[in-house]
Design a protein around this ligand. Structure first.
Ligand SMILES: *Cc1c(COP(=O)(O)O)cnc(C)c1O
Length: 371
């Protein structure tokens, strides 16, 4: 089955094979593997040993983002969240439920966040301690300029939390050059082409030291994760790890490095995106973004206006042809979210588009323009 979705992604058979075994987390080989994973993702982030630390948590991206908010934002603190789409909305909910205040910045759904607007919003409200930004907004497909936005916050003396869950590994990032960034979070299962199960954050050590006891949570306290690693070794987990996902992630990182790292990954995803973008136009469907705004992670395509259109039937027809896409909408206007990420190539995408054409014929669609 080809998963043409923005996570969890299609994985390579060698990645899945690593999960077909049992592992004991305290076994020295397993500990060595986890130690290396932490060192490898630190390097991918541009983190500097001693200045930054890579912190694993069991679970998914939301867990990492809640942990980051609890660990780095004071309980009375206020966060600025630019309203980029559904994943920004999720940050707001995570922050609010953790008792933090949120100030929002309106953003057009077809434009990138303006660093000047962020700087002005911060200048206007000295109570805001942090900017939280979604690097690649998975709901719209727009990649925002996270480094430029971080610089804007830095000019106002504020701290930055980056949700890079659907960007990390594909989009460039050099946290070593962004001293105002407290943390960058991501998972094993998006642009690093691994299995779901690991949530990771690369964070500043000085901010972790200052955060001891702040999280009001043991499970989601990244300062505790950090100190545990310092005391017991980077290969040690506080609680039972998702061992199979960890082992699979080590193989996914081997593949990442063999492919040529972040630039090569970005090039492959961009090639996938172009095939999807051009392919849906050829099929008479309409991408939601103009080409200039289209990021390389996910292409949103407007649902057709034809009364014969039915998302679940279309999904069933595609599935019968070996392709899975989401059977729900997560944009205000109904749109299909097509992922460009995972262990897939433009050839796979061409195959998927042939399945699209057949599935649309099976539905008897005539009017394929946007509803
Ligand atoms: C996928 C994603 C998340 C978190 O998703 P989980 O389902 O919790 O792993 C967070 N932010 C962005 C931008 C994402 O794409």
């Amino acid at each position: 089955m080809l998963l043409l979705i923005p996570g969890p992604v299609t994985t390579h058979p060698s990645v899945r094979a690593a999960a077909a075994q049992d592992y004991a987390p305290w076994d020295l080989s397993f500990r060595e593997m986890l130690t290396q994973i932490r060192e490898r993702v630190l390097a991918i982030a541009g983190g500097r040993p001693g200045e930054h630390a890579a912190l694993p948590l069991q679970g998914c991206g939301h867990f990492a983002m809640e942990a980051v908010i609890r660990t780095f934002v004071a309980p009375s603190g206020t966060i600025l969240v630019p309203l980029t789409g559904q994943y920004a909305d999720r940050l707001i909910r995570l922050a609010t439920e953790a008792g933090r205040q949120v100030v929002t910045l309106p953003v057009s759904p077809t434009e990138r966040v303006d660093p000047g607007a962020v700087q002005a919003a911060l200048a206007a409200d000295p109570s805001i301690s942090h900017l939280a930004i979604v690097y690649s907004e998975t709901a719209t497909g727009i990649v925002h300029d996270a480094p430029a936005l971080a610089e804007a916050a830095g000019r106002e003396g504020r701290r930055v939390l980056i949700d890079a869950v659907s960007a990390f590994g594909a989009m460039p990032l050099d946290i070593g050059r962004l001293p105002m960034v407290d943390s960058v979070s991501f998972t094993s299962n998006k642009c690093l082409d691994g299995l779901p199960g690991m949530a990771l954050t690369v964070a500043r050590v000085d901010r972790l030291d200052a955060a001891t006891g702040r999280a009001a949570s043991w499970s989601l306290d990244l300062a505790d994760v950090y100190h545990h690693g310092e005391q017991w070794g980077l290969g040690s987990h506080r609680f039972t790890p998702t061992a199979q996902a960890v082992a699979a992630f080590a193989i996914a990182l081997d593949r990442f490095e063999a492919e040529g790292g972040q630039p090569a990954r970005l090039a492959r995803y961009t090639a996938n995106m172009r095939v999807i973008y051009d392919g849906v136009l050829t099929l008479g469907l309409q991408p939601c973004l103009p080409r200039t705004m289209q990021g390389p992670i996910v292409v949103n395509v407007a649902a057709p206006a034809d009364p014969a259109w039915n998302l679940q039937t279309f999904v069933d027809q595609l599935k019968a042809r070996g392709v899975l896409i989401s059977n729900f909408y997560n944009t205000p206007e109904p749109s299909l979210r097509l992922g460009c990420i995972g262990a897939i190539t433009p050839d796979d995408v061409h195959d998927a588009l042939r399945a699209f054409a057949e599935a649309m014929r099976a539905l008897g669609l005539r009017n394929r323009r946007a509803a």
